[in-house]
Design a protein around this ligand. Structure first.
Ligand code: WTA
Length: 683
């Protein structure tokens, strides 16, 4: 990695309307709290834990861990032996303290005008009934439950009901294909699936139930049987189907959707509403150990096989709640909206657990930013008077492309914090967000974190941190970031290296489900004593951290991490393809996209039609969001003498940069010229 010398941009001070009411009002206050959090984590998090309900306290040490593979197995344990329940803390606690009538969620459907809401008391009722439904199906503590649902209030009910009884939820984003869903059902041997009939995403109708049916069939072919599929009625019309106390006829938009046809497989399939109607609203929480699993969530792995990231009870609860409180500077009268799908980690931590643990009023949005037009986000902000808003750079760049009028015609004066996550945000998009969306009145909070970290690890504090557009700034409480070079030595100012963390924070993942060795190898082997993020970055002269992106074989497309190996294996499954190499390519909206080199089998010829087929194949094997942007023929690939594909060279070819660097280790240099000649005109 090369040295970087970046000009220091202007500092943007925290907006006064945010600073005045903030939990942390100055950098001095931040530094003081940060110091305590890293020097005395037990005291720091022990104080924070007092705000939550514990059925009983820790029986051993508050924190025990080993972060160094040289000293034996890696483990992290917070508050071992303490008994609690995350669902109780997120829901019941607020009802008990007199906030039952506060809105927990506003729901905004795909079509404007289609909406609903739920109070904390109503949420408690729904969760308890559904937890009893799960119990009646035989779900027990420790059982894995898959959730493949759209952005409706019931998806949060599903999570919380699992948490209430100690079942481990494993959400699969409802944009993953049949094959991806199948893989995620088989490995943890999941017998219970919660899904929906279907969903509209913009003007596209998705039949979720049919995808689940096919996945269950594929599981069966591979010897795994799914016993129960609970279907939440969302689109299918039914006479007595009334949402939001309005008649079906009055409902605008595309719901109900008689054009959706689903198949029914009794006794496996059950209607959610029928089971719930027969269930009792009384369901005492199961008191769980601090280190019992709370959920697993698959994330891409560089080998191509996804990893089931496992999070546990107490640590995740403390961390999701605390990061939410400080990084969005949560205030009781906030209306908070995170646009992420619950199927990704952001939707777990910052649509569901973090906000609910703070008793916040949230917005759940089913649709997409550009439907019915590019003003939708800002219309929703005006409608609910959203004060804290959290979205992704790719959405910001997309909407920026539609011009300022879509934004400025709506009232955004309620906004105080506007945050981003998912990938590095380019300064141009940052400034547009700050100037146009936030009208210079709202703090921009660029949060760096990962599925594995459970919550934000590098982030500004909106009332304290002077920001630099494009920098995620400073570590959150308890997080100690260090930048290392290839040899494991700390680098100097402005020098890019590997971002690692030297001690555990409560939200760090505990293991890879069913494969602890993979956990140790992926995150702790490269630099013993440190958790390795897989991201590169540098610290500038003022100590600001700049994350530059993945330095492993991962591509971040629109904020979704994809492994190049996974796309390669989808490509080589095509009968005419013998080898494939996938690299990342810059993209003005998505941040990065994938560029695929494919080598044809002897006797097969490449054609534009084949490229279309290959794109379709990747969509089917992984999901539409993984669709490659570029495919090119590669009669040969640049390889080292030992046969390793030189991706560094392919990345240069993909962007048309002839300056390919050192090629002395390349087995056959002549392929480079050929590959440059075969680049598609569009690339
Ligand atoms: C990237 C999403 C720069 C990074 C929460 C990380 C970011 C990966 C940022 C995790 C940011 C996320 N700046 N890069 N603010 N936020 N990333 O697991 O490469 O889906 O490793 O978690 O996204 O993606 P994941």
């Amino acid at each position: 990695m090369a040295d970087n010398h970046h000009p220091s941009p202007v500092l943007i001070p925290p907006p006064s309307q945010v600073q005045n009411e903030a939990h942390v009002k100055s950098m001095d206050q931040y530094r003081e709290m940060y110091k305590k959090s890293v020097e005395d984590p037990v005291g720091f998090w022990g104080d924070i834990a007092k705000a939550f309900h514990w059925e009983s306290g820790p029986t051993g040490k508050f924190l025990e861990y080993n972060f160094d593979v040289r000293n034996g197995p890696i483990f992290i344990k917070w508050m071992q032996g303490a008994k609690t329940n995350v669902c109780y803390n997120a829901v019941d606690r607020h009802v008990k303290s007199g906030n039952g009538s506060k809105i927990a969620f506003y729901w905004e459907g795909n079509d404007p005008g289609d909406c609903g809401k739920v109070t904390f008391s109503e949420l408690q009722d729904k969760v308890c009934r559904f937890a009893n439904v799960l119990k009646s199906l035989g779900v027990q503590k420790g059982d894995r439950v898959a959730i493949y649902m759209p952005m409706i209030i019931d998806i949060t009910v599903a999570l919380l009901a699992c948490a209430r009884i100690g079942a481990v939820h494993s959400i699969v984003f409802a944009g993953f294909s049949v094959d991806s869903l199948t893989e995620r059902l088989i490995e943890p041997k999941i017998r219970f699936i919660l899904t929906s009939d279907g969903v509209w995403r913009g003007s596209k109708l998705l039949n979720l139930k049919a995808i689940v049916d096919s996945a269950v069939d594929k599981c069966k072919e591979q010897g795994h049987v799914v016993d129960h599929v609970v279907v939440c009625r969302h689109l299918l019309p039914e006479e007595e189907y009334v949402v939001n106390d309005r008649d079906v006829e009055e409902r605008p938009g595309q719901r109900p959707s008689p054009q959706l046809k689903i198949e029914w497989h009794a006794p496996r399939d059950k209607w959610w509403h029928e089971l719930v109607a027969a269930a009792s609203p009384d369901c005492p929480p199961v008191w769980l150990d601090a280190e019992d699993p709370l959920f697993m969530l698959y994330t891409s792995g560089s080998t191509g096989k996804p990893k089931g990231v496992l999070h546990t009870q107490a640590g995740y609860m403390l961390y999701s709640a605390t990061t939410f409180k400080y990084d969005f500077d949560f205030q009781p009268d906030d209306v908070y909206w995170c646009t992420a799908d619950v199927g990704w980690i952001t939707g777990h931590t910052y649509v569901t657990y973090g906000p609910l643990l703070n008793g916040a009023t949230g917005v759940i949005f089913e649709g997409v930013p550009t439907y019915p037009d590019a003003g939708r986000f800002w219309a929703i902000i005006e409608k609910y008077r959203v004060s804290k808003f959290y979205t992704a750079p790719t959405a910001i760049r997309t909407l920026m492309g539609f011009g300022d009028d879509f934004v400025t015609k709506y009232d955004r004066s309620s906004l105080k914090v506007i945050a981003t996550v998912g990938e590095p945000i380019n300064p141009e998009a940052w400034l547009w967000y700050y100037n146009v969306v936030g009208n210079k009145q709202a703090a921009v909070v660029d949060t760096f974190w990962q599925t594995e970290t459970g919550g934000h690890v590098i982030t500004p504090f909106p009332g304290a941190t002077p920001t630099k557009p494009g920098s995620a700034t400073f570590p959150f409480f308890g997080v100690v970031p260090i930048i290392l070079n290839e040899e494991g030595k700390e680098v100097g100012v402005d020098v890019e290296g590997y971002i690692v963390f030297s001690q555990p924070w409560p939200g760090v993942m505990r293991t890879v489900y069913g494969d602890h060795q993979r956990f140790e190898t992926t995150y702790f082997k490269k630099f013993p004593g440190y958790y390795t993020t897989g991201d590169g970055g540098y610290k500038d002269k003022d100590g600001y951290i700049w994350v530059t992106g993945r330095i492993d074989d991962m591509v971040n497309v629109s904020g979704h991490l994809l492994s190049t190996a996974e796309i390669e294996s989808a490509l080589v499954e095509h009968p005419t393809v013998t080898e494939a190499a996938v690299v990342s390519h810059p993209h003005s909206i998505k941040g990065e996209c994938t560029y695929c080199f494919v080598t044809m089998k002897n006797g097969s010829t490449y054609s534009p039609e084949l490229a279309v087929e290959l794109i379709k194949q990747v969509r089917e094997k992984i999901g539409p969001f993984a669709q490659p942007d570029f495919i090119q023929e590669a009669p040969g690939l640049p390889k080292t003498r030992s046969g390793k594909i030189m991706r560094r060279v392919l990345r240069k070819i993909a962007i048309g940069d002839r300056n390919i660097g050192d090629v002395t280790t390349m087995a056959d240099e002549s392929v480079v010229d050929i590959l440059f000649k075969l680049r598609p005109d569009t690339a």
